[in-house]
Design a protein around this ligand. Structure first.
Ligand SMILES: [Zn+2]
Length: 477
């Protein structure tokens, strides 16, 4: 049996009570935000989408407002071409997937030139690479908090569910009508695990109706499955032509595209490290339908594997790399390199490979299962979420380092079975899931650096008193 997560049961009760209150407050805040958003954006199903209008202050201190107009079918790109290099083709892009048998693939080295090397410097020194300027000016008077202070950041998500017509005319895949409820469900679960990090996500818009959004409909089930093939191709390789023209509120919102199943696909989802802020083709998230479907991974029966996949890809988007080295690299066997130390994450141990690739992977599974079923968790998802959010800001998490799970005995520390940025069993993430203080610091520093729109507007959105200012349309004369 693993060690208890909380030594004092009374303390656990206190934590639970506080967190229930916290979650309730957060939900109210998110609801307020969504109501504001709903009044100014198209609802799913409009063949002729409504326009989205936002007021922006004109320069020179004139106090005048200009208006940005975007249509949901068209990407909104505002910026100086020479400032961002936005017209250059992608040079290199790091992309990473999540799923059994997936280890990074041949694309793992591709990286867009814009996303120059960046690392967290906890000693306060300069970061490497250029800091980007925001595309959307923040509301007048709003000054975003420095990432070192780890402010609250509420990030909107926009979901695009691809579908197909079966031979009998019915819409597939089975269950697609419940797609948006499923997305909302797993988003709430991801938020439980993000509690304490400062970051949270909300469903800004969900598109699952191909009558309203024709780009969502594939001509056949085979064509839909081909969006997530067995090869190391990604959704953007096979069905990505719709991304740049369907993306919404980029780069403030994270656009999530859902298609395909496992098999033939070998990965539950993918994200970019970090998500590009200048081109959605290199700055979106891809998920399988199985990952979102309540009949598959998005359920307690699957230990909420779907929500953990979403969480993993969100963390990639905000800049977190894996804690383990890519398969086939020297570090993969030698233990000579701490995979995420180059990004400034120094509080995860040096490991040789993901948890589920280790010779002790099966023993790790049963260890996590015992922790999950024993007190204080006893398989209770509420207790699990409470314990997880308490861990997020904790200085390390010693309970997730057991000496019998050590892929690099010659290096300090033992493997973390529940770090959200390794590949591990969902029951390990349920029982032990956590990030480390350095990982949280990197999320903030990287997002502020690469995507100041998401970081600044996310702070506006997370503050109830400025929610209206953040997302409402221009004042009417
Ligand atoms: Zn990953």
């Amino acid at each position: 049996m693993g060690p208890p997560l909380v030594a004092d049961p009374d303390a656990a009760d206190l934590v639970t009570a506080e967190l229930v209150l916290d979650v309730a407050l957060s939900l109210e805040r998110i609801t307020q935000l969504l109501l504001k958003l709903a009044s100014s954006m198209p609802s799913g199903g409009h063949t002729e989408p409504l326009r989205e209008v936002a007021g922006v202050p004109l320069g020179g201190g004139s106090g005048q407002l200009g208006f940005l107009v975007s249509r949901p079918y068209e990407p909104l790109v505002v910026g100086e071409a020479d400032q961002y290099g936005m017209w250059q083709p992608p040079q290199q892009q790091r992309v990473t997937g999540w799923g059994p048998g997936f280890s990074g693939g041949p694309d793992a080295g591709r990286r867009r030139g814009l996303q120059e090397p960046f690392r967290l410097d906890r000693s306060g020194g300069d970061v490497l690479g250029r800091r980007l300027a925001p595309l959307f000016p923040l509301p007048p008077g709003f000054v975003p908090t420095d990432p070192a202070a780890q402010p609250n950041v509420l990030v909107p998500t926009v979901w695009h569910f691809l579908s197909y017509r079966d031979d009998d005319g019915s819409l597939g895949p089975p269950g697609i009508r419940g797609a948006c409820a499923a997305a909302t469900r797993m988003t709430a679960l991801a938020n439980q695990r993000l509690a304490g990090s400062g970051f949270a996500v909300a469903v800004r818009e969900c598109r699952a109706d191909p009558e309203g959004y024709r780009y969502l409909l594939k001509p056949s089930r085979d064509a839909w499955l081909a969006c997530a093939p067995a090869s190391d191709d990604y959704f953007y390789d096979t069905c990505g032509s719709i991304i740049r023209t369907s993306v919404v509120d980029f780069p403030r919102s994270i656009n999530i595209y859902v298609a395909g199943e496992m098999p033939p696909s070998t990965m539950w989802g993918y994200g970019f490290v970090p998500g590009a802020a200048d081109d959605p083709f290199w700055g979106h998230i891809g998920l399988l339908w199985d990952t979102v479907s309540p009949d598959s991974q998005n359920s307690p029966d699957a230990y909420e594997s779907g929500a953990f996949t979403l969480l993993h890809e969100l963390l990639h988007h905000w800049g977190l790399p894996h804690t383990f080295p890519p398969e086939g690299t020297p570090a993969n066997t030698s233990c000579e390199q701490d995979a995420d130390a180059s990004r400034g994450v120094r509080d995860t141990p040096t490991v040789s490979a993901p948890v589920w690739s280790q010779p002790w992977a099966t023993a790790a599974f049963f260890s996590c299962l015992r922790t999950w079923e024993a007190p204080p968790l006893q398989g209770d998802w509420g207790a699990s979420a409470s314990a997880a959010s308490a861990r997020a800001a904790a200085a390390g998490f010693a309970d997730d380092q057991l000496s019998r799970f050590d892929s690099c005995p010659q290096r300090p520390g033992f493997d973390q079975l529940g770090n959200y940025m390794t590949y591990s069993w969902p029951v390990c993430l349920a029982a032990l899931g956590h990030v480390t203080p350095d990982q949280v610091a990197l999320m903030h520093a990287m997002t502020a650096h690469v995507n100041p729109d998401m970081y600044g507007w996310g702070q506006c959105a997370s503050t109830a008193t400025t929610t209206a200012a953040a997302f409402a349309g221009p004042a009417t004369a």
